[in-house]
Write a protein that binds this ligand. Structure first.
Ligand code: ADP
Ligand code: GLC
Length: 479
């Protein structure tokens, strides 16, 4: 029997325990995906209030008496096959609200809350857990874990490799410069090539300058981050470290996201069931069975996602016979704009404000197309659900969207390789053009069936990416 190599994943979200976005899906999927690659991954997360009862009886495997103002204890357990380490530090995490905020306002002590998570990660990497487990690689996700590679690097010689994955550079984990000593960071590292960011500190930048490797969640996003339009002031660092930057596409859990597991199961070759799911979806949203394509949106409603373009492009799409079902939540202005569309186009546009995993499945199973008009998209998961369900993705050609969808241009149509529609730039003109093309393709049943078959055959699982992560970890193993 070969022994498994060990990697500690550090993050603020993980399915099925806590989720606000795709980060949670990825953090939750990686351990299973890596197990087949010879890597045993444990996931360190804060024990938010809702998670405390779960770990109350779990054994304590690590503790610090003074973790940024109180005791922090790490409890070890297993959830849905994932080896989970919950950091129980009530003074930081035992509060009502979301992981980052309450009622829309960020917790003022977020810098300490996530520095604490990162500190514990680095300490575990140095000293190991009381059950004898010590990682060989530390894998930090996003700004919340950005200080973990930094604490590890600043603590002297080390035998543990480190990686930071950028899921979204729009959040940099900013803190005032005066927090330097509170956050246990060395004063001599406060300069532009290290911790300093717009006069303050950025935990994401800290991770990016100290980790052995930087990954992004798609190859295209890695390139984009070297440009000022996408790099949020960190483009210089990404460019300077280009040789150590790698884009590795996210996958989706093909067991969870499978048209064969939906209310009326279907496959690429036995597609008939999709029509029944479509009818059910129309009924659920109070929509007519529209003659044109039935599109869906399942998304956080934020500036990133480009949903403010919908009111502009929708009238023509509806006039041409299309319909739309929206499931999302977020920015109150965008929520109101979506509800307004439903009021303007009764029977043609249906909107649910909220978060509903089950409903999202029924939407992918029933719809003809999924719309993802993002301004930037590090990877994106819903376009991949769309591929798998034969719910053709209509996406802005940015980041992971560009890397996963083959647009139905004449060359791809001639070669039979198209899997959806991409448009560029992210504006109403290009989006409207893509929706017109969607209508045209939908009106040609043979062509539509061909593209749908191709989309459903596209591999969107974790196999290739898990192997890429394993190779990356292997490349930074230290003696
Ligand atoms: P991001 O992480 O930027 O929000 P992703 O596409 O990577 O974008 O991941 C979003 C994840 O959250 C997907 O699994 C998507 O299905 C899910 N999701 C987003 N909004 C909702 C919602 N309102 N209801 C159900 N699932 C949602
Ligand atoms: C971020 C990005 C999204 C990506 C997800 C998981 O939330 O916005 O594009 O798919 O992280 O990596």
């Amino acid at each position: 029997m070969t022994t498994m190599k060990r990697v500690l994943s550090v993050a603020s979200e993980c399915v099925p325990l806590v989720k606000t976005g795709g980060l949670a899906d990825v953090v939750g999927a990686l351990p299973g995906a890596l197990a087949g690659q010879g890597w045993e991954m444990r996931v360190l997360l804060p024990a938010y209030r809702a998670l405390r009862p779960l770990c109350a009886d779990w054994p304590e495997v690590f503790a610090l008496d003074d973790l940024f103002g109180g005791r922090g204890a790490v409890k070890a357990g297993e959830v849905a096959g994932i080896a989970v380490l919950l950091l129980d530090a009530p003074h930081l995490y035992d509060r009502e609200g979301g992981p980052y905020n309450s009622g829309g306002a960020d917790w003022p002590d977020n810098p300490q809350r996530f520095a604490a998570l990162s500190w514990v990660a680095a300490e575990i990497a140095r000293r190991g857990l009381s059950d004898g487990w010590r990682p060989q690689v530390l894998h930090a996700h996003d700004w919340q874990a950005g200080f973990a590679p930094a604490y590890l690097a600043f603590g002297g010689p080390r035998d543990v490799g480190s990686v930071i994955t950028i899921h979204n550079i729009a959040f940099q984990g900013w803190a005032e410069a005066a927090m330097l000593s509170t956050l246990r960071l060395p004063a001599h590292e406060f300069h532009a090539a290290s911790l300093e960011y717009y006069g303050g500190l950025s935990s994401l930048k800290a991770g990016m300058v100290t980790a052995d490797r930087i990954t992004t969640v798609s190859p295209r996003y890695a390139e984009e981050l070297m440009r000022p339009e996408f790099g949020m002031g960190l483009q210089g660092i990404v460019a300077a470290r280009a040789a150590e930057v790698q884009g590795i596409l996210n996958g989706v859990d093909e067991g969870v996201w499978s048209p064969e597991a939906e209310a009326v199961p279907y496959t690429a070759t036995r597609i008939k069931g999709k029509a029944a799911n479509r009818a059910a979806l129309c009924a659920e949203f109070g929509l007519e069975e529209v003659p044109g394509p039935l599109a869906i949106v399942v998304s956080r409603l934020t500036d990133q996602k480009g949903m403010d373009l919908l009111p502009e492009v929708l009238p023509d799409f509806i006039a041409a016979g299309g319909g739309l079902a929206v499931l999302g939540s977020g920015d109150p202005v965008l929520e109101a704009a979506m509800l307004d569309l439903a009021a303007r186009f009764p029977g043609r546009v249906g909107v649910r404000i909220g978060y509903d995993e089950g409903l999202s499945h029924r939407m992918f199973a029933g719809a003809d197309a999924v719309l993802v008009p993002s301004r930037f998209e590090p990877c994106g998961l819903t376009q991949m659900y769309g591929l798998r369900y034969g719910t053709l993705p209509v996406v802005a050609a940015v980041g992971g969207l560009a890397d996963t969808v083959i647009t139905a241009n004449p060359a791809a149509l001639a070669a039979g390789t198209a899997t959806g529609i991409t448009f560029h730039p992210t504006d109403a003109t290009a989006f409207a053009g893509a929706l017109r093309q969607l209508g045209t393709l939908y009106a040609d049943p043979k062509l539509w069936a061909q593209i749908r078959r191709r989309a459903m055959a596209q591999p969107v699982g974790w196999a290739a990416s898990a192997a890429a992560y394993a190779r990356l970890y292997d490349s930074i193993l230290r003696p």
